[in-house]
Design a protein around this ligand. Structure first.
Ligand code: NAD
Length: 287
């Protein structure tokens, strides 16, 4: 059956998730890792993977309950400390406040994962400026705020650090009826590459992780907004079949995030980009 982010959250959660790969055991011991969009999907899996590798975790999301649960699970899998912070990443003053609080109470972030994101679909000519602003505010501005605020703190401390931005296979591959999403992700990819060049001298690595289709809430709900009920049903059926065959578990993306940091990789495709993007385009309304 097709599972949405909400279903995932409502479903009973095993008390202790499976331990992370041994490869990274203790690799992040004592480091402070901040993950945005950590209440579900890829963000939660990433927070837990870092937690399992010994990191202290700050789980940031606008979903308070989900973020608190991620912090709780992080402690269960071995994080020496974990906190939940409720923030809308698109809200610049709120992000500034978060930056000040984290620096004062938890310390300088060693690894920042700008992962919060939303989907938006619909034929371009039927989208509004407001639709575009919503997507760019979260997917692009949220990443910009995170990089500037926490990257700035890393630079000021002078001991290096790493920033991972969750882009997408959609950053490489144009898709019908996903123009705002693809544009936002292509911008995140370019931002990451520019910052990587600019911050290398300060020993701050920057990576863009580019997943293809992953089994999370965003693909379950956000891709299907603004279409008729009948069309939604058809797309959900198709998604269900595709997921059954090819959807990647968010843990695989989390693994790629840890690898990006451990190996200081620039761009990490989680699934072959073209295939991932092709799958996304097959889920677009009208596809
Ligand atoms: P998800 O919907 O399960 O998780 C996204 C999380 O971000 C949610 O917890 C949500 O509450 C949070 N969020 C959304 N807007 C926010 C905001 N303004 N401020 C704070 N938190 C906010 O989806 P996911 O698939 O785990 O998505 C995570 C990232 O991965 C996104 O950037 C998404 O674009 C990207 N991605 C997903 C896929 C996929 O197939 N699922 C593929 C490529 C890239």
């Amino acid at each position: 059956d097709f599972v949405t982010a909400h279903d995932e959250r409502d479903a009973p959660v095993a008390p202790v998730p499976p331990p992370p790969r041994r490869r990274y055991a203790d690799r992040f011991a004592g480091q402070l890792v901040l993950v945005t969009g950590a209440a579900s999907g890829i963000g939660r899996a990433t927070a837990l993977a870092f937690a399992g590798a010994g990191a202290r975790v700050v789980a940031v999301d606008r979903d308070a309950e989900g973020a608190a649960r991620t912090a709780e699970l992080s402690r269960l899998v071995g994080a020496p400390a974990a906190w939940a912070e409720v923030v809308d990443v698109a809200d610049e003053p709120a992000m500034e406040e978060l930056g000040a609080k984290v620096a004062a109470e938890y310390g300088t972030v060693d690894v920042l994962v700008n992962n919060a994101g939303i989907g938006m679909s619909g034929p371009f000519l039927e989208t509004t400026g407001e639709d575009w602003r919503k997507v760019l505010d979260v997917n692009l501005w949220g990443v910009i705020h995170g990089c500037r605020i926490f990257g700035g703190q890393m630079a000021e401390r002078g001991q290096g650090g790493h920033i991972v931005n969750t882009a997408s296979a959609a950053a490489f591959q144009p898709s019908r009826a996903l123009s705002a999403y693809c544009t936002s992700k292509a911008a995140v990819l370019m931002l990451s590459e520019c910052l990587r060049a600019e911050l290398a001298g300060r020993d701050i690595g920057v990576s863009a992780v580019c997943p293809g289709l992953v089994k999370t809430g965003i693909t379950a709900t956000a891709l299907f907004t603004g279409v008729s009920d009948g069309e939604q049903e058809r797309l959900r059926g198709r998604a269900s079949r595709l997921y059954g065959l090819r959807g990647y578990p968010p843990e695989k993306v989390a693994d790629a995030v840890l690898r990006a940091v451990a190996e200081n990789r620039a761009v990490v495709p989680v699934t072959p980009e073209a295939r991932g993007a092709r799958l996304l385009s097959r889920l677009a309304p009208g596809a």
